[in-house]
Design a protein around this ligand. Structure first.
Ligand code: ZN
Length: 165
């Protein structure tokens, strides 16, 4: 079992591996989350693909705390394959390339993180997780913008045409 003293991974299970790390996300209300290195990386990849899928919908890529907490809460419902991290790195790179983020290959996620977050309440987005495998091999998000003044400013969207089909 992975544990130091009274501490153990917040998502303790057979898929745990690596040393314990403290998550550096500020929750509201504040809480300390201890994760093994593997699960810390797992939640990191779930957030990365979410940041990319938000950007794909012309939303700013930085994740505010509600998104971060959602990623953590959902992560805790699943066990993960050891292939998950490699699969997700490839998936994230593919989406990043599609969005033209290839030139900043190593720092694109940092750049997304540093953007200002969307003001809470200014946009409504449905974030539906798409989970593949048990244990999980791959994770993606289906993002649906429900209404947004921000999205409208980006120009006409294709939804009206799509409805005719
Ligand atoms: Zn763990």
């Amino acid at each position: 079992m992975i544990g130091i003293g009274n501490f153990s991974c917040s998502h303790l299970g057979l898929d745990c591996s690596g040393r314990l790390e403290r998550e550096h996300i500020t929750y509201d209300p504040p809480k300390i989350v201890i994760l093994c290195a593997f699960h810390n990386q797992v939640v990191n990849r779930i957030r990365r693909i979410l940041a990319l899928r938000l950007k794909e919908q012309h939303l700013r890529g930085r994740l505010h705390n509600l998104n971060r907490e959602l990623c953590y809460d959902l992560m805790c419902k699943f066990r993960f394959s050891s292939a998950f991290l490699g699969n997700m790195d490839k998936a994230c790179e593919n989406v990043a390339a599609h969005l033209g983020l290839v030139s900043s290959r190593l720092d694109w996620y940092e750049r997304l993180r540093s953007r200002p977050a969307v003001q809470p309440g200014s946009i409504r987005v449905r974030r539906k997780p798409i989970v593949v495998g048990d244990p999980v091999m791959l994770w993606d998000w289906e993002i649906t913008v429900l209404d947004s003044a921000q999205a409208k400013r980006k120009g006409p969207r294709r939804t009206r045409e799509a409805k005719r089909c």
